[in-house]
Design a binder for this molecule. Structure first.
Ligand code: SF4
Ligand code: SF4
Length: 466
């Protein structure tokens, strides 16, 4: 594979994977160990049947479940998520989870030619084909990220391959995938110069695409441009990142991102339904710092921390569905419990999250790593995400050693050093970073990885001395 293709592939993975990680419910309580040693949740209540909340898409009258199934982290035969593994997809388990989702009212399934290393559409098609065609809506994408696929022929082939892999003769929701990545130039190359957007509009006229939209990441100029063309293209829906931290702070967290408040309101002005990705912000909103989790639990002891984030996004009336990449049955059950039915948040609760709780999270000053692993592998063996996750966890738990004169200093110091060695083998720790910078362009959170590793390494060295 050429170097250019490798880079394209990483970008490709970055776009589709980010939403997957983000929307997968990371369960924070009742954890157990899965069949192959993965952490899964146990003791999740059986969700009720017949209680799903639906939203009506005014463009087509579709009645869409508020929980959508993101097919980007499907289970594999080795018990991991297909995004992280080359093992074959566990089709039996996919079928079982799809059946369970449909039984509990989920009717929106979102895939892409890019997901699960190219295997998601076929697995989704096999699972859904066992159900009446009218009982589900399937969404897929023109994922022509690599310039090798920008030609008209290659893009049309991608579209036809999707129909074939999904075993359908029409697609309910079709998206231009990840517009905004690499700015206007890439957008023009992928969709305009090759005439593909016009081709897709024709497919909508023929009924082969029922709803045409786009998913947005990156340069807001492309988002603005496409909305300014709404009279011409009549977007049926748009997929955006929305959660209570990104509502007002997306741009502050990462200047490349746009606040969800702006994106959502622009869609609302034009009456365009929003499909939501990243309702949990890469799992960060199900794994909030302990003092924040305590406040959320106090306010509603029955609800999980993740459920607050799901309900925040789902409460907005312009939202058609929330996507969640659910690898394990426990993820699916927990999400169904949050949304069957949706108990909307009150205005006071919405403000509490987007002002009070979001402000507090911003103040915690953790490293904004969502463990997506796109920076890996490091050629020098450094386990970048494990080091950041370990640091954030201890910080979130309020057990980071501070001043050597603090009462708990010796206890926290010992704990940090012991758990650091236990979780990250010595030859993969921060001191092995040589600062080559190869990982930096791959981080969607734009973390200055070597700088953060250097700070952690200095911190660890300091702890060792005192
Ligand atoms: S900067 Fe450090 S962590 Fe990143 S690739 Fe280079 S050695 Fe690895
Ligand atoms: S450092 Fe960046 S790329 Fe690496 S796991 Fe964290 S968020 Fe992902």
């Amino acid at each position: 594979m050429s170097n250019r293709n490798k880079i394209n592939r990483r970008k490709f993975l970055k776009v589709f994977g980010a939403s997957a990680v983000a929307s997968s419910a990371v369960l924070t309580s009742c954890k157990g160990v899965g069949p192959k040693g993965q952490e899964t949740a146990t003791g999740v209540h059986e969700p009720p049947k017949g209680k799903m909340t639906y939203r009506v898409n005014q463009h087509t009258g579709d009645r869409v479940s508020i929980l959508g199934y993101g097919m980007m982290r499907l289970p594999t035969e080795d018990g991991t998520a297909a995004r992280d593994s080359d093992a074959p997809i566990d089709q039996e388990m996919v079928n079982k989870q799809v059946d369970y989702a449909i039984e509990h009212g989920v009717n929106y399934f979102d895939t892409s030619p890019a997901y699960c290393k190219g295997k998601s559409e076929e697995a989704t098609g096999i699972a859904l084909h066992r159900h009446p065609r009218k009982s589900y809506y399937v969404a897929t994408k023109m994922s022509n990220f690599s310039p090798d696929t920008w030609s008209r022929e290659a893009s049309i082939e991608m579209f036809h391959n999707s129909l074939k892999a999904l075993q359908v003769d029409y697609i309910d929701y079709y998206l231009l995938h990840g517009i905004g990545m690499d700015g206007m130039e890439a957008f023009e190359g992928r969709y305009i110069k090759n005439g593909i957007l016009d081709y897709l509009v024709e497919q909508r006229q023929k009924g082969i695409i029922r709803n045409l939209g786009f998913s947005y990441h990156g340069d807001v100029k492309v988002f603005d441009h496409l909305l300014s063309q709404n009279d011409k293209y009549h977007w049926d829906f748009v997929q955006i990142e929305l959660n209570y931290l990104d509502w007002k702070f997306a741009n502050e967290i990462n200047e490349r991102n746009t606040d969800a408040e702006f994106l959502y309101n622009e869609l609302q002005k034009r009456n365009i339904p929003a499909v939501i990705m990243e309702p949990l912000l890469g799992g960060r909103l199900s794994n909030v710092p302990n003092p924040i989790a305590v406040q959320l639990k106090k306010r509603d002891p029955e609800r999980s921390v993740a459920s607050w984030a799901f309900r925040y996004a789902a409460t907005r009336p312009g939202v058609l569905t929330l996507l969640s990449g659910m690898t394990y049955m426990e993820h699916l059950k927990d999400n169904l419990n949050s949304l069957c039915p949706l108990k909307p948040l009150t205005d006071v609760e919405m403000k509490f999250l987007e002002d009070d709780i979001a402000q507090q999270i911003m103040g915690f000053d953790t490293i904004p790593c969502n463990n997506c692993k796109y920076c890996m592998p490091c050629p020098y063996g450094v386990n970048i995400p494990a080091i950041f996750v370990h640091y954030n966890k201890i910080k979130n738990e309020g057990e980071l050693p501070g001043l050597s004169t603090d009462d708990n200093y010796q206890k926290y110091r010992r704990q940090y050093l012991v758990s650091y060695d236990r979780r990250i083998p010595p030859d993969r720790q921060a001191d092995h970073c040589i600062g080559c910078g190869q990982c930096i362009p791959h981080c969607p959170q734009q973390i200055m990885i070597p700088n953060e590793l250097h700070k952690i390494d200095q911190f660890v060295e300091q702890l060792k001395q005192l």
